[in-house]
Design a protein. Structure first.
Ligand code: CA
Length: 225
């Protein structure tokens, strides 16, 4: 597995590189945003580790530009700032996960493993449930040919539900497939995300049947009631 580390603090960059090489990852390092973006958009990486505050081009912009270019390499953001706002901004810009400095090397490794385990572009069949379509490769969701804008998490949740259409999925199943890090999952996280999905996938489309169903005491499913 080949990883690009974009980090301007040489001490941090070299300790990540050293540590990950011991875990048999192949590591490239870029020390500024411009070089990082160039490498990330021309070379094939399995994962990007991206600092937010960088000379040349900041981490958020790199994320956005890569996603615009349809490059969907998983991105783990490193940042010194741990505020909720940064987290939301990072994840909205197309990053997959987030780690606040200082972090333990064990935690970095755990996050990397979780991101690399996720199914990637290899699974690129367009999923269809009734009039709802999801393209995992292009990150597009449509209902009746109208595009639906989803956050990364809502997208993953929809994808997971659609891959298991008409099957009841428990909250625990959903959490373990959609959220890699249970520590960040609040008790009502699944409910909140399901509610948001209904608001985006079912409510605006009165002419179609509702697709997202709650099965009391068991969990959720997408498809036929
Ligand atoms: Ca920095």
């Amino acid at each position: 597995m080949r990883i690009l580390v974009v980090e301007d603090e040489h001490r941090i960059a070299s300790s990540i590189k050293k540590g990950l090489e011991q875990e048999r990852y192949a590591i490239d390092v870029a020390y500024n945003g411009t070089d990082g973006f160039d490498l990330a958009s021309t070379e094939e990486y399995d994962l990007l580790i991206l600092d937010l505050m960088l000379p040349g081009m900041d981490g958020i912009t790199i994320c956005q530009e890569l996603r615009k270019k349809q490059i969907h390499t998983p991105i783990l953001i490193l940042t010194a700032k741990g505020q909720i706002q940064d987290r939301v901004e990072g994840l909205d810009s197309g990053a997959d996960d987030y780690l606040t400095k200082p972090f333990s090397f064990e935690e970095l490794l755990a996050r990397i493993r979780a991101l690399l385990r996720r199914p990637k572009n290899s699974i690129n069949t367009i999923l269809t449930v009734a009039d709802l379509k999801l393209d995992p490769k292009q990150y597009v969701v449509e209902r009746g040919n109208l595009p639906i804008k989803l956050s990364n998490k809502e997208f993953s949740l929809t994808e997971y539900l659609m891959r298991n259409a008409n099957k009841i999925l428990t909250k625990e199943q959903i959490i373990s497939h959609v959220w890699d890090y249970e520590a960040n999952v609040l008790p009502n996280t699944v409910e909140v995300n399901i509610r948001n999905l209904r608001r985006k996938i079912d409510h605006p489309f009165k002419e179609f049947k509702s697709l997202i169903h709650t099965v009391r005491g068991f969990g959720y499913k997408i498809g036929k009631k």
